[in-house]
Design a protein around this ligand. Structure first.
Ligand code: GDP
Length: 359
């Protein structure tokens, strides 16, 4: 939370965003662009680099989006992007049987159109019932394109020649047609009235940043409008999360990089983590966040924090984590009955096992 943020942090969490799409269509570039724009806008360091995720607070979104976003219209605190794009991470990262991501961006290269992994992504999104928008990427590669860095799509579209506009329109309508063939009613995002019924297509360039203001605005609007209730959590309650990655870390032993999606985790909590054979019961030794770049010299890349609230990416150091698994649940025990928490973790692990067997 930034200092200027006066909204109540105890009730609404940040929606978790995943990026999917065919290889080379620009998933990584788009995430890099969003991170880059957020760093530039947040001179005082308001953007927070989490472990495995990037938090873009509402005030930063609103300065990137300019006239497109009025912060007064929103009370969700921003967006948390999972840093590892792709289908594998989307399907292994679960929460309570569903997808860990609350919302997704499906990236489609406007020139290359629908490809096998685009269809696969659509199938995954459909099955997990994850709301999504389509980023029609690489608009700057339309022959004759006149780039206007970081501008909203309408402004840059207006400055293109008639021929370029026509060409882009054709490519966008092809994507809309492809979506329709797959059973999704879609349209250019500014024509969409109800994002629950229709998929919004946002033309963007991960290279020039054109359309990125629109993309962030639509994601924020979609979350605010249709997911606010799901974002209501008891921030002070015992934390619940999902393991992104199990990592050896010099000086800390085995650690689990975790996305926390409910409650709070504290440096003195007892936790239960899903393991390869059985739930691991252990005590947190340290909660670690990336140290700000300016401070990295001889010290560790990480700094210890006392507590973290959802949604956030955090590295947990604790004994006995060697058997922990990516995708497994993490639950804080605190004042709850330990056996009950172990049972919950077991039930979630059983869910994961069933899904893996089905694949
Ligand atoms: P990923 O495999 O989906 O993560 O795709 P990448 O982000 O690695 O991008 C694949 C290639 O496309 C890289 O060479 C990028 O520089 C390029 N690329 C991505 N987005 C754009 C874009 O908007 N415009 C242009 N011209 N190139 C892009």
């Amino acid at each position: 939370m930034s200092d200027t943020d006066t909204r109540d942090p105890t009730s609404l969490r940040t929606p978790i965003v995943a990026v999917l799409g065919h290889v080379d269509h620009g998933k990584t570039s788009l995430l890099d662009k969003i991170r880059g724009s957020a760093v530039i806008e947040g001179e005082a360091g308001a953007i927070t680099q989490h472990i495995g995720a990037t938090a873009v607070p509402l005030d930063i979104i609103s300065s990137i989006a300019g006239d497109l976003v009025d912060p007064e219209d929103f009370d969700l605190p921003g967006l948390l992007f999972i840093d590892t794009p792709g289908h594998h991470s989307f399907t292994t990262l679960r929460s309570r049987g569903g997808a860990l991501a609350d919302i997704a961006i499906l990236v489609v290269d406007v020139n290359d159109g629908f490809q096998p992994q685009t269809l696969e992504a659509l199938d995954i999104l459909k099955r997990s019932q994850t709301p999504f928008i389509v980023a029609a990427n690489k608009i700057d590669t339309v022959p004759g394109w006149n780039a206007n860095e970081d501008e909203p799509i309408n402004d840059t579209y207006e400055s293109q020649s008639e021929r370029v506009r026509q060409r882009l329109d054709e490519e966008l309508y092809e994507i809309i047609g492809n979506l329709s063939d797959e059973g999704f009613s879609a349209d250019l995002y500014w024509r969409v009235q109800n994002f629950q019924r229709n998929i919004g297509v946002v033309p963007v360039s991960a290279m020039t940043g054109e359309g990125v203001p629109d993309l962030l605005t639509v994601m924020m609007g979609l979350s605010q409008r249709y997911m606010k209730e799901e974002m209501e959590i008891d921030v002070a309650g015992p934390g619940v999360g999902t393991v992104l990655e199990v990592k050896e870390e010099k000086g800390f032993g085995t650690t689990v990089d975790t996305v926390l999606y409910d409650g709070t985790i504290r440096a003195d909590d007892k936790i239960v983590v899903g393991g390869q054979n059985e739930p691991i019961v252990t005590d947190v030794r340290a909660l670690l966040q990336p140290r700000p770049l300016a401070e990295i010299r001889t010290e560790s890349r990480f700094e210890k924090v006392d507590e973290v609230g959802a949604a956030a990416g955090i590295k947990i150091a604790a004994p006995d984590l060697a058997d922990a698994m990516a995708g497994a649940p993490v639950r804080v025990v605190r004042d709850r009955d330990l056996d009950e928490v172990i049972e919950e973790v077991q039930a979630e692990l059983a869910d994961i096992a069933v899904d893996t067997a089905e694949e």
